[in-house]
Ligand binder design. Structure first.
Ligand SMILES: NC(=O)c1ccc[n+]([C@@H]2O[C@H](COP(=O)([O-])OP(=O)(O)OC[C@H]3O[C@@H](n4cnc5c(N)ncnc54)[C@H](OP(=O)(O)O)[C@@H]3O)[C@@H](O)[C@H]2O)c1
Length: 260
């Protein structure tokens, strides 16, 4: 198989953090880029940045991955303009709070499960059949170290990321022989809006997460996604675990007084 001419990547949750960094990294590599998220103003700004970075074609539209109608409208708009994606990056995701399961709230659980898991199912269900028909395509999941090693206070978030691992394995089996690649990129701690969202806008709590410690940057993760997507079609990177040097696992971080 040869590499595609004018390849198109679709990235969910591209209004911030890792998704936005992925969009810019692919654009700089000359890919056309389709981006979705719920905040329209952010996408509008990003559109200009993607064009400036070198994306030949850009599609942006409000997308809520938890809402099937929103996913269908996004798909229809994309197919009418740029066509089907060669690579789908399922990045949209969030954690809510750090709390014991027996103290948790149903609403936060639902939000995590619907975004991190059901949202991915909607996206894959929508775009995988076309990839199979064309005999090529790449599905990337942004998983997490949390999907490999659970931590206290993160039960539901960890469970959603663990589920993505099973989903990736099942997808590799179901699409075997159809030219489909499935990659899970699993980061440790990355400094984005993730902690701000997790602590519902509490900036003190959010910045405390990264105090005295050098986390990954969104661009570090984007580089891994781009690397996986730009391997030759016969090469599938199944899993990439990318950690900050100062983080050994979810519980062991090296914090320095001088960085506080
Ligand atoms: N930061 C970390 O330490 C870390 C570590 C491991 C894995 N991850 C994973 O990396 C992914 C990206 O997180 P991030 O760190 O970049 O966080 P972020 O800065 O908060 O970005 C999350 C993105 O997801 C979007 N999003 C949330 N709900 C959505 C929905 N229903 N539909 C569409 N888009 C939605 C947000 O946009 P809107 O609000 O505009 O919709 C935003 O663009 C997540 O899957 C997260 O679990 C993060």
């Amino acid at each position: 198989m040869r590499q595609v001419e004018d390849p198109l990547v679709l990235i969910t949750g591209a209004s911030a953090g890792i998704g936005r960094a992925c969009a810019l990294a692919f654009a700089a590599e000359g890919w056309s880029v389709a981006v979705g998220a719920r905040r329209a103003d952010r996408l509008e700004t990003l559109r200009g940045e993607l064009e400036a970075a070198g994306a030949p074609r850009v599609f942006h539209r409000v997308l809520d991955v938890t809402d099937r109608k929103s996913v269908a409208a996004f798909r229809n708009g994309l197919l009418e303009t740029l066509g089907p994606p060669d690579c789908l990056v399922n990045n949209a995701g969030l954690a809510r709070l750090v709390e014991r399961l027996d103290e948790g709230e149903g609403e936060a659980w639902r939000e995590m499960i619907e975004t991190n898991l059901v949202g991915v199912l909607h996206m894959v269900r929508t775009f995988l059949p076309g990839m199979e028909e064309r005999g090529r395509g790449h599905i990337v999941m942004i998983g997490s170290i949390a999907g490999r090693q659970a931590y206290a206070g993160g039960s539901v978030y960890c469970a959603t990321k663990r589920a993505l691992q099973s989903l990736c394995r099942a997808l590799r089996l179901e699409t075997l022989g159809k030219g489909i690649r499935v990659t899970s990129v699993d980061p440790g701690m990355v400094e984005t809006e993730f902690s701000l969202v997790r602590f519902r806008g509490d900036e003190t709590k959010a910045s405390g997460v990264y105090e005295g410690f050098r986390p990954l940057e969104a661009e570090d993760v984007a580089a891994c996604v781009l690397f996986a997507a730009t391997r030759p079609p016969h090469v599938n990177l199944d899993e990439i675990l990318v950690m900050p040097t100062a983080q050994a696992d979810p519980w062991h971080l090296h914090r320095e007084e001088s960085m506080r």
